[in-house]
Write a protein that binds this ligand. Structure first.
Ligand SMILES: NC(=O)c1ccc[n+]([C@@H]2O[C@H](COP(=O)([O-])OP(=O)(O)OC[C@H]3O[C@@H](n4cnc5c(N)ncnc54)[C@H](O)[C@@H]3O)[C@@H](O)[C@H]2O)c1
Ligand SMILES: O=C(O)C(=O)C[C@@H](O)[C@H](O)[C@H](O)COP(=O)(O)O
Ligand SMILES: [Zn+2]
Length: 363
């Protein structure tokens, strides 16, 4: 097991990466409610519960089984109406400020569960039990929670850190291959922006990682989380450095919104978005042609990235609502070589459109 500490101005907690956590959830979380004798609630999706619910509840004593709340799977359910429904369910079930919410699922359950915990009675504690590769390497850590609007991703939300994160590698055994590959895009991102060693490891070990070798997965998860914890520790609220975690997300989020959250998985959209950012980086010579080719090869090794329909104009227009933008200035994260990155705010409309056109040509 590997333990990574997250320490920010407002929170301090540990991320545990290992196996068998799902068999002992009760023992892991009981200390968090022992003093208050708070009740425990679980937010999950019906699919995950069908696969892992028995083991999960099996760890709780008969008289103290957690109450289960469900969120249907899919990005289109990451919306405010679902948060209101779930809050009403918490209230009807008697949840109070001593209650603990366990978010047991992928990034969508984690983002919605975290947001629900942030606003229910103005804030209750929650624990992240991420079940997808993406949520283990990225979304369960750092406290960003929220939901989408039809106009854009994560446009409503808040920062609310979990009390702890338990990433159980065993649970990934039932994860579909497409989800695994999509999640790995966030680790490729982590390597490109700030960890050349992680990038090289992913470059050399694609076959092992895709075959779900436990040791390789543990390394990739723990290393990605360590990088993210460091960044969030320096800049919790994305006033500067944290923006680099958004590499590929300016165009990636635009693709998700323009295709109405129904075509690509988040990680796949980020993969396409990284290819667009790479075109701008190439044009500005923040990466050499050789580095750009290496990056593109690694993105493709964890692909294939499914195609989608959208015009360059519609995508460019959707980037106008990106949360990084200020006063009409479009901000973009670009790789600087491999293992470093920068944020620029002078990408012109023409430069953006050309990069998107080149990306679309790779579909
Ligand atoms: N808060 C953050 O910092 C942050 C970071 C990255 C991504 N995100 C968000 O995360 C979301 C994507 O998360 P995701 O990729 O985990 O997708 P997801 O939550 O939709 O889960 C993927 C699918 O796999 C199923 N599933 C989950 N675990 C499983 C398992 N162990 N076995 C079998 N099936 C399983 C789910 O039911 C779902 O259908 C996006 O909304 C994205 O915006 C947030
Ligand atoms: O934690 C962060 O910061 C990130 O940017 C991680 C991203 O992978 C993630 O998709 C995040 O939800 C994007 O946040 P947003 O505020 O740009 O919507
Ligand atoms: Zn992301």
């Amino acid at each position: 097991m590997r333990t990574i500490k997250v320490k920010t101005a407002s929170a301090s907690y540990s991320v545990f990466v290992g196996d068998g956590f799902v068999n002992k959830v009760s023992a892991l979380v009981r200390p968090l409610v022992a003093k208050t004798r708070g009740r425990i609630f679980v937010l999950t999706s019906p699919e995950i519960w069908a696969l892992w619910g028995e083991r999960f509840t099996g760890s709780f004593p008969e008289q103290a089984k957690p109450e289960v709340l469900f969120l249907p799977a899919g990005e289109r359910f990451k919306r405010l109406a679902e948060v209101e429904r779930l809050a009403a369910e918490l209230s009807a079930a008697g949840a109070d400020r001593s209650s603990l919410l366990l978010a047991f699922g992928g990034g969508i359950v984690g983002d919605v569960g975290g947001f629900l915990a942030a606003i229910y009675m103005r804030g209750i504690d929650y624990v992240q039990l991420p079940t997808t590769l993406l949520s283990q390497v990225d979304s369960s850590v750092g406290g960003k929670t929220g939901v989408n609007l039809t106009t854009g991703k994560n446009l409503i939300g808040s920062f609310h850190h979990p009390r702890a994160v338990y990433a159980d590698i065993d649970v990934l055994n039932t994860l579909p291959d497409r989800e695994l590959r999509a999640g790995l895009m966030e680790s490729v991102k982590a390597g490109i922006i700030r960890d050349a060693r992680l990038f090289s490891y992913m470059e050399k070990n694609a076959a092992r990682i895709l075959a779900r070798d436990a040791e390789a997965l543990e390394y990739v998860i723990a290393t990605s989380v360590r990088m993210k914890a460091e960044v969030v520790g320096i800049d919790e609220r994305e006033s500067g450095l944290r923006m680099v975690l958004n590499l590929g997300h300016t165009v990636g989020h635009a693709i998700e919104a323009v295709t109405k959250y129904r075509v690509l998985l988040h990680g796949e959209a980020v993969g396409w978005g990284m290819l667009a950012a790479l075109q701008i980086a190439r044009g500005r010579e923040t990466v050499t042609d050789a580095q750009a080719e290496r990056i593109e090869r690694v993105i493709k090794a964890y692909g294939p990235l499914p195609g989608f329909r959208a015009t360059a104009e519609a995508l460019a227009e959707a980037t106008a609502r990106d949360k990084k933008n200020r006063a009409g200035t479009r901000r973009f994260v670009l790789p600087v070589g491999i293992g470093a990155s920068t944020v620029v705010d002078d990408v012109s409309e023409a430069e953006l459109l050309a990069a998107i056109e080149q990306m679309l040509g790779r579909r």
